[in-house]
Design a protein around this ligand. Structure first.
Ligand SMILES: C[S@@+](CC[C@H](N)C(=O)[O-])C[C@H]1O[C@@H](n2cnc3c(N)ncnc32)[C@H](O)[C@@H]1O
Ligand code: SF4
Length: 373
């Protein structure tokens, strides 16, 4: 469920997020989610929903009753698994006790908070509207109210040193419970950071320093009992996010809301869907034709194989070569695997899966491109 609104646009972020000023009829906007859910359920009936993820944007800006209406609509159209994971992304500026409690009552059982940094100067440079104290208070409040809580940090930031990150990460792990997401800052086209970077005004770590940041992060998190299960996600064993795992295991998911992507199996054929990005244009499409799809495409075998590699190789459990062959219709090329093994970028696991090594993770895009080519 993509909620596309934010209080302000962060200069590094290229998510489909919009700052809306002026009147806003949230109830009417939410009706479109309910319509799109009904329409999607016609395409993929009889499913058990294992995870619902309110992402954004800033879903913690939603009224709790909007969250509740959407969860109820999903429960009406599909079966919810007994242990369904229902996550909502929250921004430390838009949470308070009563709101969190109401969101929990609506059915949300997991919160993911965008903390980004535990240092005031960097937070300001990242354009965040909250202080370090606000962020810590939000995490602690969430931990009181929700059974599962994760939070996001961004590292390998301009000017950051390894020693500074070591201290910040250790503090972050003191605060964290069972899950944390640690993202290396990436410069995305179309953002303010992109312009600053290309004007020479943001000094980003070079490839070697980035690799050191990554390795240090793995070392500390492993020693503290939160090993990586994916390139940027760390959890106590058993506390991995189901939502994330569905993506990376190349499962089936419906993307509802503006700018949401889905992968739906319709009569055995995997389809890619995506919806109109502009919130009010999306709403208009949904009220006219029942959904906001601007893409609805059957994926070829080759495309499915490539997507499986792109997703699955992010996981520590790796990919199954048999599943790759089933999806793509051709086996992985042995000489490519041998070459990547030789230079230490991939390894075979006892269960026959192929996975990227820690060293390979520092150049993951290149490894994926090599195997997919
Ligand atoms: C949709 S946002 C999170 C929720 C909420 N809007 C917030 O910012 O608190 C998902 C996460 O992606 C990460 N992120 C966004 N842009 C990034 C970038 N350019 N580089 C690295 N991480 C990024 C941030 O950690 C952010 O919390
Ligand atoms: S990082 Fe979060 S709050 Fe900032 S613009 Fe992106 S989605 Fe919005």
């Amino acid at each position: 469920m993509h909620w596309p609104f934010c209080a302000a646009k962060c200069p590094y972020c290229d998510f489909n997020s919009h700052v809306h000023r002026g009147p806003f009829d949230e109830d009417a906007f939410v009706e479109n989610y309910i319509t799109e859910i009904s329409q999607t359920a016609i395409l993929v009936p009889d499913r058990t929903v294992k995870s619902i993820f309110f992402g954004g944007g800033t879903p913690s800006l939603m009224q709790p009753q909007s969250v509740e209406k959407i969860i109820n609509a999903i429960a009406t159209k599909w079966q919810l698994a007994n242990d369904v994971e229902i996550t909502l992304e929250a921004n430390p500026t838009s949470v308070e006790r009563e709101k969190f409690q109401a969101i929990q009552m609506a059915g949300v059982n997991r919160v993911s908070l965008g903390v980004q940094s535990l240092r005031q100067g960097p937070l300001e440079k990242l354009g965040r509207l909250h202080s370090v104290e606000d962020a810590i208070a939000a995490v602690k409040l969430a931990q009181e109210i929700f059974p599962r809580v994760s939070y996001d940090l961004i590292y390998a930031r301009p000017e950051q040193t390894l020693d500074e990150w070591r201290d910040e990460l250790n503090e972050a792990l003191d605060l964290a419970r069972e899950h944390i997401s640690l993202y290396q800052l990436t410069i995305e086209a179309g953002t303010r950071y992109y312009d600053l970077f290309h004007a020479g005004k943001l000094k980003m770590p070079d490839a070697e320093l980035s690799a050191q940041f990554y390795e240090l992060t793995q070392e500390i998190c492993e020693a503290r009992g939160l090993p990586a299960y994916e390139i940027s996600n760390h959890a106590e064993p058993g506390q991995e996010s189901q939502h994330n795992l569905i993506y990376w295991h190349y499962g089936e998911y419906a993307g509802i809301g503006p700018g949401a992507h889905g992968r739906l199996l319709i009569e055995g054929q995997r389809h890619a869907t995506s919806t109109e990005r502009m919130p009010f244009k999306w709403a208009e499409y949904v009220s006219q034709k029942g959904d906001g799809f601007v893409e609805f495409e059957a994926l070829s075998k080759g495309e499915q194989g490539d997507e499986y590699l792109l997703m699955g190789l992010r996981l520590k459990t790796g990919i199954s070569p048999e599943r790759f062959e089933k999806l793509s219709g051709i086996p992985l090329r042995q000489e490519q695997i041998d070459h990547l093994k030789e230079i230490g970028f991939v390894e075979m696991l006892a269960n026959g899966n192929l996975r990227v090594t820690d060293q390979g993770f520092t150049v993951l895009d290149a490894v994926v491109a090599d195997l997919a080519a």
